[in-house]
Write a protein that binds this ligand. Structure first.
Ligand code: BTN
Length: 338
């Protein structure tokens, strides 16, 4: 079967800049001549020079000039599709990676790609979002090249009623990926906020188009705060970054590779063995699973109660303080209550 060509989206990073960066990064110890680069990526030497200047303006430290050749001083932490593809080989995420230096929202792009028939596993990445979207209509602050802003397009063969499980899959994957870079274990606040020391380092927005019995496509948008040295003042009580927590700079590239491999593992496990292992894993790693005092805010009301596990569909069960029996919480904000 012929593979569908990748969509020509305005603003995506030119594949040849991608190739240039990969070439420089993979040969970081040697000087490569402008002529060799030009030949390898199929452009003129002048174009190579112009792109090198562009990369420098973006903070990539490239040494040298057209006569002497170029070499990269430090591996840039840019989420370059070509480098990612190599490392994601064997997962459905290796083949179609759309990268933007700047875009409004990766979820918006991925939803449009879903609509236009783009296949399962397509990834949309941005170094910066100008209108990053969070849950409940909130904004997601997306500082340039500090966080991971990634949307995953999935075409899961499940009914929409099971979609909360997809959300859990993404949260578990993000937790495992981040845990390797942390000294303390992150918590998951249902359904999938990643918390370190009670503050959020990662949020996930799942959007989809579905009919009552099938999902056409789902977009899992993951925002992870990685190298922000401080969070905006209005968020500093509730949000943090891996760098703030550890005092170290982290490789977004390595984190993203771990994250996507981990999504692949949990997703396959979910399709093969159903909800049970996902629910078990959530119970192991989330303090919100059972016995947690919470305040729930839904579209219609706010109430307090104690968590009482998850339904088989991934929906949270809460024993309400006001005496009514245990209720399912399909969506809403969950906060720790005294
Ligand atoms: C939340 O409110 O916790 C969800 C935040 C989700 C943010 C990510 S960043 C990548 C993707 N694109 C968006 O516009 N939002 C999601």
């Amino acid at each position: 079967m012929a593979t569908k060509r990748m969509a020509d989206l305005p603003g995506t990073t030119d594949r040849r800049i991608d190739a240039l960066l990969t070439l420089l990064a993979e040969n970081s110890t040697i000087v490569i001549s402008g002529a060799k680069i030009a030949k390898e990526i199929g452009v003129t030497r002048q174009q190579v020079w112009r792109w090198i200047e562009k990369l420098r303006a973006l903070g990539v430290r490239v040494k040298g000039h057209p006569r002497s050749g170029y070499h990269i001083e430090r591996m840039p932490d840019i989420l370059v599709p070509q480098m990612l593809s190599h490392r994601l080989y064997g997962t459905p995420f290796a083949r179609r990676i759309y990268h933007f230096f700047k875009i409004d929202s990766t979820n918006s792009v991925a939803m449009r790609l879903g609509e236009s028939g783009e296949p399962h596993g397509t990834i949309v990445l941005a170094e910066e979002q100008t209108a990053g979207r969070g849950r409940a209509g909130r904004e997601w602050t997306s500082e340039k090249s500090a966080g991971i802003y990634c949307s995953i397009l999935l075409r899961p063969p499940i009914p929409p009623a099971h979609a909360p499980l997809l959300t859990l899959v993404a949260g578990l994957a993000a937790r495992d990926a981040a845990a390797e870079d942390l000294d303390t274990l992150p918590d998951i606040r249902w359904p999938n906020d990643l918390l370190v020391g009670g503050r959020k380092v990662c949020g996930i927005l799942t959007e989809m188009r579905a009919e009552p019995d099938r999902i056409h496509y789902a977009v899992i948008g993951i925002g992870m705060n990685v190298n922000q040295s401080k969070m905006p003042e209005e968020l500093s009580d509730i949000a943090t970054s891996l760098r703030i927590e550890t005092g170290k700079i982290h490789s977004r590239l390595e984190l993203l590779i771990r994250l996507l491999r981990s999504v692949d593992r949990y997703y396959n496990q979910f399709l093969a063995d159903g909800a049970a292992p996902i629910l078990r894993r959530f119970a192991e790693v989330s303090s919100y699973f059972k016995g947690k005092r919470v305040r729930i805010t839904t579209a219609t009301e706010t109430f307090t109660g104690t968590t009482a596990g998850l339904e088989p569909s991934g929906v949270l069960r809460v024993a309400r303080d006001d005496g009514r029996e245990i209720v399912p919480v399909l969506s809403g904000d969950v906060a720790e209550a005294p």
